[in-house]
Ligand binder design. Structure first.
Ligand SMILES: [Zn+2]
Length: 247
C-alpha cells in the first residue's frame, strides 16, 4: 500500500467500455477467485486474493453497501499494459460499470474503493477519486497528507472549480484536493451519509425515484470549496487511473 502511494500519480480518466467479461484477456489465466473477484494473471505475477477481498469487504461494510457478484481483477506486469487508451499509462484502472480492475499491483486499495463505490452511484470524478484517495490511499498522496497538500491551493481560484471539472487541475493537485475534501466529509458527516450521497447520484430511472431520494448533504462546506449540487457534475462512468511518476 505504502509503496503504491509513493508510486502513484493520477491522470485524467478514461472511459472504459462497459460489458461483462465473457472470457479473460489473451494470455491471462484464472489464478484465484473470491466472493467478489476473479483474479487473472500471467507469467509469474502473483495475485493477492485474501487481502483484496478482505479490503473490499471492509470498505463495503464501512459504506454500508453490498457488492454483488464477481468481477475480474487483472494483475499486469507493466503499467503500459494497464492502459487501454493509447498514450495513457497507468498503474491501475477500474471500470465503474463492470467493476473490472486492471492493475500492476496485486493489492490495489485505491482501485478496490472504486469497485465498491461503483455499487453505490456516481457523483462524478471529483468525488470518486476523493473517496478512493481518502479510503484507499489513507488520505495520503506520495506519502504526504492530502490535507497539507490541499491547504496549499486553498486560495487558488482554479482549484475551487475542480469539483465541476476534475481535469482542470494537474493530477498531483486534483487528487489531494479531492481526497482532502471527501476525507473532510467522512469526518464531518460520517461514512454512512457520504455513501448515501453517492447513492443519491445513481442514474435516474424514474421521476418517482428522484422524488423519493432524500438529499443527504445539501450544503457542503469544506477546506477547499463548497459543493453546490454536485450531482450535476459530469458523471465519470470512469475508470480511474493511476500513473507512476514521470521519470
Ligand atoms: Zn482513482
Amino acid at each position: 500500500m505504502k509503496s503504491l502511494v509513493r508510486t502513484t500519480l493520477t491522470v485524467a480518466g478514461m472511459l472504459v467500455a462497459g460489458g461483462l467479461e465473457a472470457s479473460p484477456l489473451p494470455g491471462f489465466h484464472l489464478a484465484a477467485q473470491s466472493e467478489n473477484f476473479l483474479f487473472y494473471t500471467r507469467d509469474s505475477r502473483k495475485v493477492d486474493a485474501g487481502r483484496s477481498q478482505r479490503f473490499l469487504a471492509g470498505t463495503a461494510r464501512l459504506l454500508e453497501v453490498q457488492v454483488q457478484g464477481k468481477a475480474a481483477y487483472y494483475v499486469h506486469e507493466h503499467a503500459e499494459e494497464v492502459a487501454s487508451t493509447p498514450g495513457v499509462y497507468g498503474s491501475g484502472v477500474t471500470d465503474l460499470k463492470t467493476g473490472e480492475i486492471n492493475a500492476v499491483s496485486a493489492y490495489h486499495r485505491h482501485e478496490i474503493v472504486h469497485r465498491v463505490a461503483g455499487a453505490l452511484g456516481d457523483p462524478g470524478r471529483f468525488f470518486q477519486e476523493g473517496l478512493a484517495v481518502a479510503l484507499g490511499d489513507e488520505g495520503r498522496w506520495n506519502g504526504v497528507e492530502v490535507d497539507k497538500l490541499a491547504a496549499r491551493v486553498r486560495r487558488d481560484a482554479k482549484a475551487r472549480g475542480v469539483i465541476e471539472d476534475f481535469s482542470r487541475l494537474e493530477p498531483n493537485t486534483a487528487y489531494p484536493v479531492a481526497g482532502s475534501f471527501v476525507g473532510f466529509l467522512i469526518r464531518t458527516y460520517g461514512a454512512r451519509r457520504v455513501s448515501d450521497f453517492f447513492r443519491d447520484c445513481r442514474p435516474v430511472t424514474s421521476l418517482a425515484e428522484v422524488a423519493s431520494r432524500p438529499r443527504t448533504i445539501p450544503v457542503v462546506r469544506g477546506p477547499v470549496s463548497s459543493a453546490p449540487r454536485p450531482c450535476n457534475a459530469r458523471r465519470s462512468r470512469l475508470a480511474s487511473s493511476t500513473l507512476p511518476p514521470p521519470t
